[in-house]
Design a protein around this ligand. Structure first.
Ligand SMILES: [Zn+2]
Length: 71
């Protein structure tokens, strides 16, 4: 399963936030499923509808990510 990439800088690592302002490192697979990078982490309470790119200032929904094909 491939991971989706940031439409702006092309990396595949993002973080999500919860109401307390905590962040959690995630990736998004090609089925638009948000997965924690560290398997033991729980996504409970985190807002998975808004992703923040780790490599640039991009933020947005998983639907805006691009798959690995060259643009
Ligand atoms: Zn980016």
């Amino acid at each position: 399963m491939r991971n989706l990439n940031c439409p702006q800088c092309g990396i595949s690592r993002f973080y999500v936030k919860n109401e307390s302002g905590e962040s959690l490192l995630v990736t998004v697979n090609e089925k638009l499923k948000v997965l924690p990078v560290h398997e033991e982490d729980s996504l409970t309470g985190f807002d998975l509808t808004l992703l923040f790119c780790l490599g640039c200032s991009w933020q947005g929904p998983s639907q805006s990510l691009r798959n690995g094909s060259p643009s």
